[in-house]
Write a protein that binds this ligand. Structure first.
Ligand SMILES: [Zn+2]
Length: 297
């Protein structure tokens, strides 16, 4: 069948893209049918479905459904926020082609800013990968939400200019300068770029750490409250001065305001108060992952 091997830190979408080019298929449907068993499956670059078919069609050479979904799709990013049973359930749903359900659940869990996963790449990585591997490819750690700077080169990432058509069929393409939009945070000053770089590295460190770090809601809630108490932001009756917390938080993340995910959230102070209230609720379950990454350390 002439299957390619994974490149370091490569996403499933990227490998399928290279496989499509390697086979020289003219139409996307040919590759979708060969790998995902259906003309219209497997196109989502973030959370592709029909992984059961993929594993069967490749004879397990790329891994099993669990390893492919947890390591090679954006489910990887959400793992620290999921219990082991929940992540297995989501992996199973991707295997069976219920990716829309996984996406809905992740959106519900991120209540507030919309979950969006643009396809991103770094120009220096593209140049290096071409020299080193003979391919350019999409890196997993560039795709994490909140990551808009390459953690290796400290340069802003650029979004793919390709748009999905009405069947969510993106044109499978390897990253090239000509198919990337200008950097989304091009206007960031040096200090902001530095903050965004440190944030990108922090996200990567937490998501990629093994054994995996589970950001357990009860412990996170307790550490939030402890930090607020130390900062004098909890009254004697236990009530949190949420507006004060929100204004201090806004100062704290000022240098990250250029991140698209935070721009949506930080436009209004009320929205920040609302999100922080959710994070401080006894049953933490609806906090936005980006905020957790920002506060958890
Ligand atoms: Zn790079």
């Amino acid at each position: 069948m002439g299957l390619l091997h994974w490149l370091p830190g490569e996403t499933l979408h990227s490998l399928v893209t290279r496989q499509h080019a390697f086979w020289g298929h003219r139409r996307a449907e040919q590759t979708a049918r060969a790998l995902f068993g259906h003309d219209r499956r497997g196109y989502q670059h973030d959370l592709p479905g029909n992984l059961d078919e993929l594993v069967a069609s490749t004879g397990g050479q790329l891994g099993d459904v669990l390893s492919v979904s947890l390591d090679r799709t954006l489910l990887r990013f959400y793992r620290p926020f999921l219990s082991e049973s929940r992540e297995r359930a989501y992996a199973g749903a991707l295997g069976g082609g219920s990716e829309a359900r996984v996406r809905r659940r992740l959106i519900a869990a991120s209540a507030g800013p919309k979950v969006f996963h643009p396809l991103k790449a770094c120009l220096p990585c593209i140049q290096e990968d071409r020299k080193l591997f003979g391919w350019t490819y999409w890196h997993m750690d560039h795709q994490y939400p909140g990551v808009w700077v390459c953690p290796r080169h400290a340069v802003p990432l650029q979004k793919s200019s390709s748009r999905a058509n009405r069947y969510d069929r993106v044109q499978w393409h390897c990253p090239e300068a000509r198919n990337l939009l200008p950097p989304a945070i091009a206007s960031a000053n040096a200090a902001e770029l530095d903050s965004c770089t440190r944030f990108a590295r922090l996200v990567g460190e937490i998501v990629d750490k093994r054994p995996i770090v589970r950001i357990e809601s009860g412990a996170l809630h307790a550490s939030f409250l402890l930090a607020l108490e130390r900062g004098g932001l909890v009254a004697n009756d236990g009530r949190v001065a949420i507006d004060l917390v929100a204004s201090q938080f806004l100062c704290h993340v000022r240098s990250l305001r250029c991140l698209p995910e935070l721009q949506v959230l930080l436009n209004k102070e009320e929205r920040v108060s609302e999100q922080l209230s959710k994070m401080l609720a006894p049953t933490l379950g609806e906090c936005h992952p980006i905020l957790c990454f920002e506060i958890a350390p």
